[in-house]
Design a protein around this ligand. Sequence first.
Ligand code: PHE
Length: 451
Amino acid sequence: MEQKRSNFSGKLGFVLATAGSAVGLGNIWRFPYLAAKHGGGMFLLTYLILVLTFGFTLACTEILIGRKTGQSAVKAFNTLNKKWSFVGWLAAIVPIIILPYYSVIGGWIFKYLFAFASGQATATAGDGYFTGFIDKIYEPIGWFLLFIGITALIVLFGVEKGIEKASKIMMPVLVVLTLFIAIYSACMPGALKGVLYYITPDFSHFSVTTVLAALGQLFYSMSLAMGIMITYGSYMKKDFNVVSSVHQVEIFDTGIAFLAGLMIVPAVFSFSGGSEDALSKGPSLMFITLPKVFQSMPGGTIIGIIFFLMVLFAALTSSISLMETVVSVIQDKFKLNRKVTCLIVFTGSVILGIPSSLGNGVWESIKIFGFAFLDFFDFISNSVLMPIVALLTCVFVGYIIKPKTLIEEAEISAEFKGKKFFSVVIRYIAPICIILILGFSVLEAFGIIKV
Ligand code: PHE
């Protein structure tokens, strides 16, 4: 079924739509807990270096592949070289894995919004509130179903436009609010140590795991290595400046992640002295720390309500782009109609999401390679599949179609500043680094080396 491709009406439209997919739970929930866990400033520095090198190169690559072919991932690779269409397929698996557990976290946001709006803000700040919630069986699943149900309805009725419009208003509010909470949090008693931990790189914290975590986070946060940016690029008009759009999206995405870290990491120090245990809370960190910050603020309940509402919108724009991608791949492949496809994707995601939800409570004792379900899906997609897709994409562009092909595509609109850098990263630096990072982490996972 040939679908008509609509174009973004302007560069601003493209940047905002891309940022809508990029800015989400990755920035606000995932980045802070990784930074807390992997050595604060050391993680931040590693992440920034990766954004400027890998992030820039891969984002340009994917958008240019999309714009050149005018097609989404699977078909785009196929058009450029039949033998490489498997990379498109591999990329398509990633959102299938991410969507279910993403929606489980989306459900947690819903729960907290509801708790704040119904006057239980104080309770949420209590120790054990979060654990008490995820230990339950039905309640978290209920919120998860609500989140994924809304996502599916929006995708089914194609009303993304409405959500995007709303999020154009919500996004700036989110930025201002995050900035405000970050400043507040950094000024709490005892928080200064946390600010320093967050911004000063301590090289004794450096390890291959830090780099792998930062690399996975980069792909996740910028929605790379899963075909999404290829699709967005395919909607881009030929006269847009790709390179400068990528810079803007990067600044936006990284800026919000940085502020979210500043909002959460110092607060951990303020409330629990920054003990190793408090810092390594993982996925639950934001839900344990933020309510305490709100609790200590004048007007904290209202601020909490607005905050969780904004985060919910940011999460929805991302989950919509995830589901849209999955739906369009399945629809194209099996020539199904949209309604049936949405239903299949919804049902599949519910089945895959339930273990992620239960894995933090009643199924806590079930571990896959030592991971709880949610962390396992997160690890497989971010630390295994995405680096592999990114590696294959680099090899494909670097040696099969050659960087020149994409540079020419970029230069239809404007001079590609940094094209030499782009070629070097894509041909040498990125593939070598990804192989090293993946190799070391596999050896480490099997206990062969200790890094
Ligand atoms: N980039 C989004 C975030 O940071 C997550 C996401 C990943 C969205 C993949 C779409 C596709 O939350």
